[in-house]
Design a protein around this ligand. Structure first.
Ligand code: PLP
Length: 381
């Protein structure tokens, strides 16, 4: 199978697999004072440093969680205060959107969902306008969209929000480990990430909380006081160590990887648009992650296309919410019709994708689209 679904989850990097296995062969609770416990705590310290190096922040600003869903929940539930408005966008991941809706369910008017244009971009003027009256407490905008790869220019968002006295959170789950994000330059207060998107294990993530951010102390899980009281529970030492190893490997190679993956993504898009009529790239004119391509094959249901090419693993809409038969809220927000959204396939490439795989996959997709279109035409006759 050609695996082009890195935005759902990336294959684990060999360095991460080796580290997880190594830690699993040992024993030790990172909170225990004896030697095995101290060894476990050291593994966590190393991982915290590796992640901090990737983000260019201080290790003490990282809270380990069980993934980005938890990190997003922790960020929003800690930073939102009743009476203040919470601003996010229509194209966020459900882990942000549903949390924001839950937090404002008693006061729905305090939730502001910014629109995006056809290119998937928020209008900075609309954000400025919303921030205008000083009632916004938190702005949460994703760094990179999971369905289209479209990037948010975070700098102006941070400047405008801080000038209005609001905190800024970014769900950077799809960005971290794929493109550089330097927390010394991008002054967000809170940032979420997930290890399995950059070659670490599933079920491990982190929330960055900037030192000095004016954040009420509101943990989701209370108990033994781990992670400075922010996240109680015995630490997942093997998973955290694996996340650190993946972060270090991504950090070593991602500048070069991003260039190579970007070229492969361009090759995929050129091949598809040359072979298939009536298709387009969503967000194709915007700054995007190098490895993501959201392609609408007009009038051709994506589930039928995917079923017709079992040798290629891709996603229709967002696999993060798969199982739900609703059309992609991201594509609808970008102005696609429901039928067009349902005719969209997401390709996501990553560090282990090869040129031969991309060429094979493009040919298989083109054949599958033609096959589905022919079948549909004959069914109408
Ligand atoms: N945020 C974004 C943008 C994502 O793409 C995902 C993907 O699953 C998540 C959050 C949730 O991450 P996790 O499954 O690690 O909780």
């Amino acid at each position: 199978v050609v695996y082009l679904d890195y935005n759902a989850t990336a294959p684990m990097r060999p360095e991460a697999v080796a580290t997880v296995i190594d830690v699993m062969r040992s024993v030790g609770n990172a909170s225990s004072p004896h030697a095995p416990g101290r060894d476990a705590a050291r593994r966590v310290d190393v991982a915290r440093r590796q992640l901090a190096e990737l983000l260019n922040c201080s290790p003490g600003e990282i809270i380990f969680t069980a993934g980005a869903t938890e990190a997003n929940n922790l960020a929003l539930r800690a930073a939102h205060t009743i009476g203040h408005r919470l601003v996010t966008s229509r194209v966020e991941h459900p882990a942000v959107l549903e949390t924001a809706r839950d937090l404002t369910k008693d006061l729905p008017a305090s939730l502001v969902l910014l629109a995006v244009d056809r290119d998937g971009l928020v209008d900075p003027a609309e954000l400025e306008h919303v921030l205008g009256d000083g009632s916004v407490g938190l702005v949460s905008l994703m760094a990179a969209n999971n369905e289209t790869g479209v990037l948010t220019d975070l700098d102006p968002v941070v400047k405008a929000a801080h000038a209005a006295g609001a905190l800024v959170h970014t769900d950077a789950t799809q960005m971290i480990g794929r493109l550089p994000l330097d927390l010394a330059e991008v002054d967000v207060d809170l940032l979420s990430l997930s290890a399995h998107k950059f070659g670490g294990p599933q079920g491990v993530g982190a929330l960055f909380v900037r030192r000095g951010a004016m954040l009420p102390f509101r943990p989701l899980l209370t108990g033994g006081g781990q992670e400075r009281g922010w996240r109680a529970g015995t630490l997942n030492v093997a998973g955290i160590a694996g996340a650190g190893a993946a972060a270090a490997a991504a950090h070593r190679s991602f500048a070069e990887e991003a260039r190579r993956i970007g070229r492969l993504r361009d090759l995929l898009e050129e091949s598809l648009t040359a072979q298939v009529s009536a298709c387009w790239i969503n967000g194709g004119r915007s700054p995007r992650l190098p490895g993501v391509s959201s392609v609408t094959f007009d009038g051709t249901p994506a589930d039928a296309v995917i079923a017709a090419m079992p040798g290629v693993a891709v996603s229709d809409g967002s696999a993060c919410a798969s199982g739900a038969p609703t059309p992609s809220h991201v594509l609808l927000a970008m102005g696609l019709t429901r039928e067009q959204a349902d005719s969209t396939v997401r390709f996501s490439l990553g560090y282990a994708t090869t040129e031969a795989e991309v060429i094979d996959a493009a040919d298989a997709v083109a054949r599958a689209v033609r096959h589905v279109r022919t079948t549909m035409t004959s069914a109408h006759v």
